[in-house]
Design a protein around this ligand. Structure first.
Ligand SMILES: [Zn+2]
Ligand SMILES: [Zn+2]
Length: 469
């Protein structure tokens, strides 16, 4: 059976709660258009998964409500017909939303009788494999839901995630109730709920170098349930000064970094399922695994990979925590720059292009270097491309500190332990001075990444992320 989950944008969740609030204790209803994220093979279970993400809230007007009381609601279906026509045109999944003001968490028998008819209308008009989602808000705060598909019984959501300034998850997928004593000391800091959320998380670490290997190890020790480790590189002797989990034997055997980090995590015996994928992030083989994740850490140092993840964060409403390290020694001694940067990418946050962290020209040059090294070298000789220069300085204390900052930001998004009201979009720590800043950024008018609401929660489109490579 397909496994189904739902991501609600925080702003949509707030809007729905406002739209559906009634002072007289009667039920209320609305629609949502959802982006579809179809995963042919989940990296942990091997099963098919459908992840739905909120793209737009569509109100049902008061005049269309036929009747409602404390335990039922009915409304005219003209609006529903218009909704599914739009869903068909734009490749979206229609959803109905209703409330149980009494707090009854499950769907009622009346719901069970009505919804198959609505799904039949969807199948008649949009095609026999078109699903209908049904979201339920119980007692004004508790979200649950299900999906009607394939003419069978409805499939309940495995979990519901709320994504925005913070990350919340209802009913974590891997929640096994009895977390073992390895995480006891952590419970004493964040309480049992945070542990359950961490256990339910599926996280991708893109880039398993100095920073990425440290991020992966920290996530495993925090008890994150599922990890995907993405990197095509192999371990070299020059990495051993900072690559957590790697040994000289790995370098001599030219083992893949992703394999080495995954093996090291498996040997911890913490029940963390780490899946290595020895591929670049833009490769189709990495796509399902990336789309299966709740949070992604961007630990690459290339412009193209970062731009891809920035778009991914917005299309799928999956927070990307991007990590960067800048170390620039001065010839006369000391450092012009020695800082770690952690940037959260999600709807509402400026993108890395608007922040001046990545640029399109550098991304194009990297793509050329990979696809056609001879042409890249020719252009470099003729100074058409800028070239990489010497390898950047890298020290394990710096890469590991950047990793700890990034993983702390995830904890901040889940627990708000800093009491700051969710994530800082951007945090820069001067490592040689112990100073931390949160530099802002101006979103460029009409930015194609962070200024286009139409891509947010859009889910699958052809080509992937609407990128032409
Ligand atoms: Zn109901
Ligand atoms: Zn932007």
């Amino acid at each position: 059976m397909t496994c189904v989950d739902l991501t609600l944008q925080e702003a949509h969740e707030e809007r729905l709660r406002l739209l559906l609030a009634r002072t007289d204790g009667t039920e209320a209803a609305a629609y949502v258009l959802l982006g579809a994220n179809k995963i042919a093979r989940d990296p942990w279970t091997g099963r098919r998964r459908l992840r739905l993400v909120s793209h737009e809230v569509v109100p049902i007007f008061e005049r269309d409500i036929i009747s409602s009381d404390a335990c039922h609601i009915s409304w005219r279906t003209d609006g529903f017909i218009a909704l599914i026509a739009r869903a068909k045109r734009e490749g979206l999944v229609p959803a109905i939303v209703h409330t149980h003001p009494s707090g009854a968490a499950g769907f009622s028998e009346q719901d069970d009788r009505n919804e198959p008819g609505l799904h039949q209308i969807v199948m008649n008009r949009n095609g026999p494999d078109m699903p209908l989602a049904s979201l339920l808000l119980s007692g004004g705060t508790m979200w649950s839901g299900r999906v009607w598909m394939d003419r069978g019984a409805p499939i309940p959501f495995d979990h519901v995630s709320l994504v925005g300034r913070r990350f919340r998850q209802i009913r974590p997928a891997f929640s096994d109730g009895a977390l073992d004593s390895t995480l006891d000391r952590q419970v004493r800091m964040f309480g049992p709920e945070a542990n359950a959320v961490l256990r339910g998380l599926r996280v991708a670490v893109v880039g398993c170098g100095g920073t990425g290997s440290a991020v992966a190890m920290l996530l495993a020790r925090l008890g994150v349930g599922g990890l995907v480790l993405l990197d095509k590189d192999i371990v070299e002797v020059s990495n051993l000064n900072r690559l957590h989990g790697a040994t000289r034997v790995d370098a001599d055997a030219m083992c893949a970094k992703a394999d080495v980090v995954a093996a090291s995590i498996a040997s911890m015996g913490l029940g963390v399922r780490a899946v290595p994928i020895c591929q670049w992030v833009d490769h189709p083989d990495a796509r399902d695994a990336l789309k299966a994740c709740d949070v992604v850490f961007g630990c690459t140092d290339d412009h193209g990979g970062r731009m891809l993840l920035d778009r991914y964060a917005r299309f799928y409403c999956v927070p990307v925590i991007d990590v960067g390290l800048a170390i620039e020694p001065r010839p006369e001694g000391g450092f012009a720059e020695m800082s770690a940067r952690v940037t959260v990418l999600v709807d509402g946050a400026p993108c890395l292009v608007c922040r001046g962290v990545v640029d399109g020209r550098a991304a194009a040059e990297e793509a050329l270097k990979r696809a056609d090294p001879a042409e890249y070298d020719r252009r470099k000789r003729e100074a058409y491309v800028r070239g990489g220069g010497d390898p950047a300085p890298a020290v394990v204390t710096c890469t590991t500190q950047a990793a700890a900052m990034a993983v702390d930001e995830l904890l901040q998004g889940i627990t708000d332990f800093r009491g700051e009201g969710g994530w800082a979009w951007n945090r820069v720590r001067r490592l040689d001075r112990g100073i931390e800043r949160k530099p802002g950024a101006v979103q460029r008018a009409g930015c194609g990444i962070c200024g286009d609401p139409m891509i947010v929660g859009r889910g699958d489109v052809e080509p992937f992320l609407d990128r032409v490579s």
